[in-house]
Design a protein around this ligand. Structure first.
Ligand code: SAM
Length: 233
């Protein structure tokens, strides 16, 4: 059987490219985003009662990578990027049906003239991600604290310590419109977004990543990350 499904809404998030997006929701708590519902789903009636729930399940499409297809095995970064496991044993973006699933805090619902926006926290979603379903998270059914977590039993522990070069500090101070920017950048880069093969080796490269309307430049000398510059785009 083949199915046709509709985009219900679109994510507006600070993550403008795949690089440096956390691998799961909840890892960067300060990553707030908005889900804009599209017609005909942008009706107050469609979200009536949703405000009673603290968290949501979002089903979405890995739209940026969906053309790249899939393989029966993948190499999860969690296993150092060398060991292969079955695609269905992973949360890889390269799947037969390019569908993702994230549980995220619901911070609020904004009803505007002709618009419904869900205010979200701690997302792992690229800007522009199409959302194909929204469901409330039910703690009694969805929380299974004794479940086995396979090769990813807990969040990554080897976080980097992030500091800001004085030039980056100055740029940060200019962004009064983004009061949580320091926390956000620190949380994002503490995750060490580099590919697995770069880790544990000397690395002199300066990286850049687009976040909000900025290019954020950084270098990593484990266990430290220095944000060298924050450039407006
Ligand atoms: N929590 C979801 C899941 O388990 O299905 C996503 C997990 S997947 C490992 C998370 C990664 O998906 C992010 O780090 C980012 O690189 C990628 N990603 C997020 N939104 C995407 C999109 N719209 N298209 C392609 N890749 C995306």
């Amino acid at each position: 059987m083949k199915f046709e499904i509709d985009t219900l809404g679109v994510i507006h998030s600070p993550y403008k490219e795949k690089f440096a997006i956390p691998r799961q929701p909840g890892l960067v708590r300060s990553a707030t985003a908005r889900l804009e519902l599209l017609p005909p789903y942008n009706q107050a009636d469609a979200v009536r009662g949703l405000e009673q729930f603290s968290h949501l399940w979002l089903s979405f499409v890995f739209h940026q990578t969906m053309e790249q297809g899939w393989h029966p095995t993948v190499r999860p970064p969690r296993l150092g990027g060398n060991e292969r496991v079955g695609v269905f044993a992973t949360r890889s973006t390269f799947r037969p049906n390019p569908l993702g699933l994230s549980v995220v805090p619901l911070l609020g619902i904004t009803l505007e003239k002709g618009g419904v926006w869900l205010e979200l926290g701690a997302v792992d979603l690229l800007d522009g991600t199409p959302v194909v379903d929204i469901k409330p998270y039910l703690p009694y059914a969805d929380s299974l604290p004794h479940a086995r977590g396979g090769f990813a039993p807990e969040p990554p522990r080897d976080l980097l310590s992030v500091r800001f070069h004085p030039e980056a500090e100055a740029a940060l101070a200019r962004r009064r419109d983004l009061p949580a920017l320091r926390t956000f950048l620190s949380e994002v880069l503490a995750q060490d977004p580099r590919p697995a093969y770069k880790k544990g080796k000397p690395d002199d490269k300066e990286y850049g990543v687009r976040l909000y309307d900025m290019n954020v430049r950084f270098r990593i000398h484990e266990p430290e990350c220095e944000i060298t510059a924050i450039e407006s785009l």
